[in-house]
Design a protein around this ligand. Structure first.
Ligand code: KIV
Ligand code: ZN
Length: 385
């Protein structure tokens, strides 16, 4: 099994979600939970961006011992200085320095030529290496950049001392086959590529961030970046919990593993949702409230006979105690009988059939029938226990 490092950026890219503003204590609480979850690199913020970010990154770097803590910096000395001040007391400090490499960013945002850009990137990495043992370099908007220009600049930043090369799909533009071939191209054309780890960082504008990250793994990437619940700029980042569970569930295919403690998945997701104020959609893969819920009679009957009929992930894997049978208009006798047993109701067959009929009538008016509803039915209908 290949080992895939998990780089969590919930506290940096994730906090860039519209409407999210985490306070110091909330960031620290999330950082502790991410450490428990088993991430390998924790991007705690962007130290030069504000006093608040600086203090949070510094505190997290000083207290988190189970993983490397990193912070973001533009390719300017003042950002790198601020990041070093914030990160230097960490157990394994790493800088995450970036510059945009696509023509549109170079022309309109940075107003730099290719030569100037290479010079700026190389100088930033060399400067960072004076302080940081590890420097990760990111080519912002890599997926809309010229591939041969990427080859040139990557070769030079590796020579300057970068040890991780990240190729973000900043605007979520890729499809899996394309993103995978970018990494193949870079591996085949950058002469010193064996000296570094490759990293993928995907955004979800076209709903493909997780698929693109998995395609990157299939093409030799050893580090995946993302956020919990996929929060982040615009449509968000790749959801790390989905990647962790996908790699585990389809380990036959990916032959790759992470150090995530998957039993912390739900807990991590719920904490991030609570503190960011961003609800998890009920149908969201892995962590949504309905991810392990069965409603239709056919599915409930199948699962009661053998869970594997409709469950590819065991709820226990992600930290849930069981799946959930939702009693609604699609539910059948089998699931209803199980629910009555679970509630300890001792019913004759005739009483059960009457109660089942009353339950079915109720589902015409109510979407989900609860235990309280069943007890009310029991009192109100002519059911003899
Ligand atoms: O999406 C992106 O390009 C980023 C970089 C700063 C790494 O978040
Ligand atoms: Zn990003």
């Amino acid at each position: 099994m290949r080992k895939i490092d998990i780089f969590d950026t919930t506290l940096r890219d994730g906090e860039q979600s519209a409407g999210v503003n985490l306070h110091f204590n909330e960031k620290v609480e999330i950082a502790y939970q991410l450490e428990r979850y088993g991430v390998n690199v924790l991007e705690a913020g962007y130290p030069a961006s504000s006093e608040g970010d600086f203090r949070a990154v510094q505190y997290i770097a000083r207290t988190i011992k189970g993983c490397s803590v990193t912070g973001l910096a533009r390719s300017v000395q003042s950002d790198i200085d601020a990041a070093w001040e914030a990160l230097k007391d960490g157990v394994d400090p790493r800088l995450h320095v970036f510059i945009a490499t696509s023509p549109i960013h170079m022309q309109y945002k940075l107003k730099m030529s290719e030569e100037e850009l290479i010079e700026t990137a190389v100088s930033a990495v060399k400067y960072a290496k004076r302080f940081f043992p590890k420097v990760q370099w990111s080519a912002e908007d890599a997926t809309r950049s010229d591939w041969d220009f990427l080859v040139e600049i990557i070769t030079k930043v590796i020579d300057a001392g970068a040890c991780v090369i990240n190729l973000p799909d900043t605007v979520g533009y890729m499809h899996p086959e394309e993103y995978g071939s970018l990494f193949r191209y870079i591996r085949e054309h950058v002469p010193n590529i064996d000296r570094v780890k490759l990293s993928a960082h995907c955004h979800d504008d076209l709903g493909m961030a997780v698929a693109n990250s998995l395609a990157a793994i299939e093409n030799g990437v050893e580090q995946i970046e993302g956020t919990i619940n996929g929060i982040g700029e615009r449509a968000g980042n790749a959801a790390l919990e989905e990647i962790g569970v996908a790699l585990y569930t389809r380990r036959d295919h990916y032959q790759a593993e992470t150090s995530l403690d998957l039993s912390q998945t739900i807990r991590t997701s719920q904490l991030v949702s609570k503190l960011t104020g961003m609800p998890v959609p009920p149908n969201k893969a892995v962590v949504g409230a309905n991810a392990f819920a069965h409603e239709s009679g056919i599915h409930q009957d199948g699962v009661l006979k053998n869970k594997l009929t409709y469950e590819i992930i065991e709820p226990e894997l992600v930290g849930l105690s069981s799946n959930r049978m939702v009693l609604g208009k699609h539910s059948g006798r089998h699931a209803f009988r199980e629910k009555c047993k679970e509630m300890g109701l001792q019913l004759s067959e005739e009483a059960f059939q009457n109660l089942f009929k009353a339950f079915k009538d109720l589902t015409a008016k109510k979407k989900e029938v609860t235990e309280d509803d069943i007890l009310t039915l029991l009192m109100n209908t002519n059911v003899q226990a």
